[in-house]
Design a protein around this ligand. Structure first.
Ligand SMILES: [Zn+2]
Length: 374
């Protein structure tokens, strides 16, 4: 029996609402997963995370393999107990970080060998090693190791990486054993023919619990990303969850839900907060700007987070300007609340068959500056 079921489909859209069951709870989809890179969602305490209550976090295998290392998770019986998180955890495979962060990497059919820093120890990540690490973490949803390429790469290079990703997917499946769920990753860069081949090949293999769309949000144009998302989502089975990796802005999420995607992760909520930038129900706000210095009003009067219920914009502006860590922490909590609430609104709209109206209403607001903040 599949751990995922779609229960509502929107009219005039590919948007769908469903339920994904894991060993740590049932997750209503579409869902946004805050990124807990190194066993922490940056700046957020466990108490803050529990108030935010996202049903699932993403953890990065690459970072956790380097530090603290697999031995710590084996000793503690996994990341849940080690960090105190009781809900679900999805792990990536490390493939994207090898591509985007590592220095002096070499990739062949066996796997990827890389150094985190120049003169650092040489680390080898194979499909089997990635799965072993994700199992030691105690991941509820694991990803196969994939070979990522630049958005601008040529067809031949994208094809080699895609075919390797397929071979690695089979090896990951063979290594999974009795463990959490395992998702395959559709690759193929910006090439439609490769995306079709990749989706056909991976969905022909028995045993994957879901499918990720990889290799997007790496510098391609928005229209191209949306078209490829729509194409790949349409090629994936109806009864498996679809996860668009590393995406994205609130607008990206609205558009991908419309195209049939169920799961998202992105560092934007905490990364933007570090620079004083926030999302509100009236648009984007840059708290670095002097116009907030005397504003005795909450950041977002519709939000229930601590920044919005306890502080004025003037005070938050001061924290940002003075580079106080509390400013980053409060704004990160606010942005995460904004994302979690966006997903709650999206799910409610799909269930009420009002997603198309929600999309039309939110699209003009989510990525433009709040009136007065231009
Ligand atoms: Zn707030």
């Amino acid at each position: 029996m599949s751990a995922f079921a779609v229960h509502t489909r929107a009219t005039g859209s590919q948007a769908r609402a469903g339920l994904l069951s894991t060993a740590h709870g049932a997750i209503e989809t579409p869902v946004f997963m805050p990124v807990g890179t190194r066993g922490t969602v940056r700046t957020q305490t466990l108490g803050q995370l529990e108030r935010l209550a996202p049903p699932m976090l993403l953890a990065n295998t690459y970072h956790l393999l380097l530090r603290p290392g697999i031995e710590v998770f084996e000793r503690f019986g996994g990341l849940h107990r080690w960090m105190g998180w009781t809900r679900s955890i999805l792990t990536d495979s490390g493939g994207f970080q090898v591509f985007s962060l590592a220095t002096s990497r070499t990739i062949d059919d066996e796997g990827a060998a890389f150094q985190e820093v120049v003169d650092g120890p040489r680390v080898v990540l194979t499909p089997e090693r990635s799965i072993a690490m994700q199992r030691a973490i105690g991941s509820d949803v694991m990803m196969v190791l994939d070979h990522c390429v630049e958005a601008t790469c040529e067809h031949a290079e994208a094809q080699v990486a895609m075919e390797r990703t397929h071979r690695w997917a089979r090896r990951s499946l063979a290594a999974r054993g009795e463990s959490g769920q395992l998702f395959a990753i559709v690759q193929g860069a910006r090439f439609e023919d490769l995306r079709r081949i990749s989706a056909a090949e991976l969905t022909s293999i028995e045993g994957f619990d879901g499918y990720a769309i990889g290799g997007l949000a790496v510098g391609e144009e928005r229209a191209e990303r949306e078209d490829l998302t729509e194409l790949v989502a349409s090629l994936l089975p109806e009864d498996r969850p679809r996860y668009l990796m590393g995406v994205g802005t609130p607008l990206d999420i609205l558009e991908a839900v419309h195209r049939g995607v169920d799961m998202f992760d992105c560092i934007l909520p905490t990364a933007w907060a570090q620079h004083g930038r926030v999302f509100t129900m009236r648009g984007k706000v840059d708290l670095r700007k002097g116009l907030h210095r005397f504003v005795d009003a909450p950041l977002d009067e519709t939000c229930e987070c601590e920044a919005c219920t306890r502080h004025s914009r003037s005070y938050l502006h001061h924290l940002v300007k003075a580079r106080e860590p509390l400013g980053w922490q409060l704004l990160a909590e606010h942005n995460l609340h904004f994302y979690v609430r966006l997903m709650t609104d999206i799910r409610a709209a799909i269930r009420a068959d009002a997603f198309v109206a929600l999309r039309e209403a939110r699209r003009p607001i989510v990525m433009t500056e709040e009136p007065g903040d231009e």
